[in-house]
Design a binder for this molecule. Structure first.
Ligand code: NDP
Length: 308
């Protein structure tokens, strides 16, 4: 197999964008899509804010197109999960179940994953009424009542999507301030099937074999109430997927990879990070694609300097 020029870890907008650029620069590029091929957009519905699609596009369709584009230029794209990386010396080593792969540069585009509340019963009832993916599981809640935890754009979007199935959707926000953009908040707030609760902390998930409700605690009075529902959808943000790089790459206190200013370079030469794995601020598909492009160009320059 020899040594690759670039190994991209992660198959979301950052990874595919990086792949399009490195492959078009004739760099031998291998990509491992990881645990969630296509990334987070595969669990979303309409994407209305990715420029170039004036009518909007479905998330999974957008990701298929990105994948096809990367493959068209020669990216060796694999549905494999990286289990280890050795960044201690050149060439770098990336390991999957199918073997060890060697590379001059690594582009980390492993993204972020949904966060859970961390309640014991939440874990126990996962897949039995507790989920973090409305697009994946919404269909199972036809004619049922569900709650969506969170107050950001994700919570609004998930709640709106769930109205296609559920008879009642309740958005539960732990504070009185909503992070959602006004347009998304208004859409949810105006929807006849959606109820919005604020200042309510979810302190437990109820049910033996499946979810029957959530226990809420008023943030001001401390009073508790049991709120019946058939499903609980989490939409409380994401955590970066950086477990592979612990103690090797510089991260901030919550695990986002740190990159140099105006760059995707990490603290190791030839190792770049793009997309949500290094971006706690914007976290958009379009910004992820932008940083994927940056990482590819930086990898290209790194290899040119290495070879000269
Ligand atoms: P956000 O970080 O914007 O919002 C997270 C929400 O979850 C907040 O309301 C937060 O409450 C709440 N939360 C966090 N932790 C807990 C907890 N432990 N218990 C209860 N509530 C909690 O994340 P989103 O995923 O909503 O959005 C991320 C980014 O993606 C944003 O930039 C957003 O604009 C974007 N996005 C855009 C969409 C679109 O344009 N179509 C769709 C979806 C997302 P608190 O405020 O109290 O911290």
């Amino acid at each position: 197999m020899g040594t690759y020029d670039v190994i991209i870890i992660g198959g979301g907008p950052a990874g595919f964008s990086a792949g399009v650029y490195t492959a078009r620069a004739n760099l031998k590029t291998l990509m491992f899509e990881g645990e969630q091929p296509g990334g987070q957009l595969t669990t979303t519905t309409d994407v209305e804010n990715f420029v170039g699609f004036p009518e909007g596009i479905m998330g999974p369709e957008l990701m298929n197109r990105m994948r096809e584009q990367a493959k068209r230029f020669g990216v060796d794209d694999r549905f494999e999960i990286v289990t280890a990386v050795d960044l201690s010396s050149q060439p770098y080593k990336v390991t999957t179940a199918s073997g060890d792969y060697f590379t001059k540069t690594v582009i980390i585009a492993t993204g972020a994953s949904a966060k859970y509340l961390g309640l014991e019963n939440e874990r126990r009832l996962q897949g039995r009424g507790v989920t973090a993916c409305a697009t994946c599981d919404g269909f199972f809640y036809k004619d049922k009542e569900v709650v969506v935890i969170g107050g950001g754009d994700s919570a609004m979007e998930e709640a709106l999507f769930l109205t296609k199935f559920a008879t009642k959707v309740t958005i539960i926000n732990r504070s009185k301030r909503f992070r959602a953009s006004p347009i998304m908040f208004d859409r949810a707030n105006d929807h006849p099937k959606i109820t919005i609760l604020k200042n309510k902390k979810t302190v437990d998930v109820l049910g033996e074999d499946k979810v029957t409700g959530v226990r809420l605690e008023d943030a001001q009075t401390g009073e508790q109430e049991d709120y019946p529902c058939d499903g609980m959808f989490l939409a409380i943000g994401h955590k970066p997927n950086t477990g592979l790089f612990a103690d090797v790459l510089d991260m901030n206190e919550v695990g986002y990879l740190l990159t140099k200013p105006d760059s995707t370079a990490t603290n190791l030469p030839g190792v770049f990070a793009a997309g949500d794995v290094q971006d706690a601020k914007y976290r958009q598909a379009i910004t992820a694609a932008g940083t994927g492009c940056m990482a590819a160009l930086e990898a290209q320059h790194f290899i040119e300097n290495m070879d000269s």
